[in-house]
Design a protein. Structure first.
Length: 97
């Protein structure tokens, strides 16, 4: 099994996501492609990342999101890596407010 996400299947998925035009389309697409638990876990990790970038403590994040400290630590590690995709999206979302 590959340790990379650079596959044709992932590229195809990303191209499909880029075709979505609004929140309703996102709901319909992700409802079809993810189980409710997968989508909730995905959204929880994104919420945890945003809260950590805002400077919230592990305790605050855990209390507000229900995420385990293991999940919070994993997200924190990802934020500390060279990848800055979450921060890029967060900044774009923040500018639209």
């Amino acid at each position: 099994m590959k340790n990379t996400i650079d596959t044709d299947a992932v590229k195809q998925l990303f191209q499909a996501i880029l075709k979505l035009e609004n929140e309703e389309e996102c709901y319909a697409f992700f409802k079809d492609i993810c189980t409710p638990n997968e989508l909730l876990a995905f959204s929880q990790r994104f919420d945890v990342a945003i809260r950590l970038m805002r400077g919230e403590t592990y305790q605050e994040v855990s209390k507000d999101t229900g995420a385990s400290t293991a999940t919070i630590s994993r997200v924190k590690r990802l934020l500390n890596d060279d990848s800055d995709g979450i921060e890029m999206v967060y900044q774009r979302m923040d500018r639209k407010k």
